[in-house]
Design a protein around this ligand. Structure first.
Ligand SMILES: [Fe+2]
Length: 359
């Protein structure tokens, strides 16, 4: 216990003491770490960026991307033990949430807790890229069982022979993580008292959320809080959106208490960890960051970059608000301003600025 008190009071010492417990940093390309062809009515394929089955070091959540051809449908499902977050990266999705149809455009998302039926259809003319995340894991195993392994870059090899079991399982989404479809009142054989324990579900539009201009000369842009303990009942994760102007960066830092995954919604640039190597990133790349891993992400001089990042447990929401200046959608870029030092108590909870140079 003595040691843990010291660690909290002295991050620099903590970094030395906990070197052996340090996590890893990974840049994962558009093709993910594994990929599977999907049965009808979806077609197309799915990639995994993060799950226990692809070896990323966390058993608390999964992340990947659906690539759905025009007209393809991700069948209705209704989670029993899972919370989901879906974000349109490219293309257009027609969401049906508890019978209500809504169109999602790039940057729009669905937050969906247990016992809310939802389905997606690619209602655009091109491919739909739909980022998915689930807490906790298990959906990854279900998808693997329904799909057929796909090699990175492999083009669709004509007719794919799914077994009837794979097709029916995929269409009906029967598994431990997905409950019976339709409203909780229709739960088969389950006491209707469960109906009162249905979770929340709502659409988060691209500009929705509490938004703040970022301080400093190198981080010009803004951060918007999409999901946090302030707008959901869960306390497992936070999801934020960070916009970087051309050439701007998420400054080098590390997290004492969090794991983080950042996904490039658009733009390109590079990511960098402790070893200093500049690893290219582009739309569809993700960056896994374990604890005590110094990291930065930099937008190229010729492009802005939008990054959606997930952090678990959630803890940066207060910091982002305190360090920035309030922003409304459409406001002109704020003048450069220094970080508000009153934010540092919140900062200390999670974020440790890295004082050295990575270059
Ligand atoms: Fe970070």
């Amino acid at each position: 216990m003595t040691q843990s008190i010291e660690l909290e009071e002295n991050p620099a010492r903590a970094a030395r003491f906990l070197a052996e417990n340090k996590g890893i940093g990974l840049v994962i390309g558009r093709e993910g770490l594994a990929s599977f062809w999907l049965p009808a009515p979806t077609g197309g394929y799915v990639t995994f960026h993060h799950s226990p089955s692809v070896g990323t070091p966390s058993n608390t959540w999964c992340m990947g991307v659906y690539f759905v051809p025009a007209g393809g449908v991700i069948p209705a499902r209704c989670y029993m033990r899972t919370t989901g977050y879906y974000s349109v990266v490219a293309g257009q999705a027609e969401l049906v949430l508890e019978g209500k149809t809504q169109i999602l455009e790039p940057g729009d998302s669905l937050y969906v807790e247990r016992l809310n039926e939802h389905s997606f259809r690619n209602s655009g003319s091109g491919e739909l890229e739909l980022l998915w995340q689930t807490w906790y894991t298990g959906a990854d195993v279900f998808i693997e069982e329904c799909g057929i392994p796909r090699k990175a870059g492999e083009k669709q090899p004509g007719e794919i022979a799914f077994t009837p079991e794979q097709s029916s399982r995929w269409a009906e989404a029967k598994d431990w993580w997905a409950g019976p479809l339709a409203s909780p009142n229709a739960l088969h054989g389950i006491n209707n008292s469960h109906a009162t324990r249905r979770g929340e579900a709502f659409v988060v539009r691209r500009e929705d959320g509490s938004s703040s201009w970022s301080p400093g000369e190198d981080m010009q842009g803004f951060i918007t809080q999409k999901i946090s303990p302030f707008n959901t009942a869960q306390q497992q994760f936070g999801i934020h959106w960070q916009y970087l102007h051309t050439g701007m960066q998420i400054p080098p830092h590390l997290h004492m208490r969090n794991e983080e995954m950042l996904f490039v919604m658009d733009g390109h640039g590079y990511a960098q960890f402790d070893d200093g190597e500049k690893v290219p990133i582009e739309q569809g790349s993700s960056v896994w960051v374990g604890r005590y891993v110094r990291h930065t992400m930099v937008a190229a001089p010729d492009t802005t970059m939008n990054i959606q990042f997930t952090i678990t447990p959630p803890s940066l929401d207060v910091f982002f608000t305190d360090m920035g200046k309030p922003r409304k959608p459409g406001d002109p870029q704020a003048d450069i301003f220094p970080i508000d030092e009153s934010a540092f108590p919140a900062l200390k909870q999670s974020w440790i600025p890295y004082e050295g140079q990575l270059d």
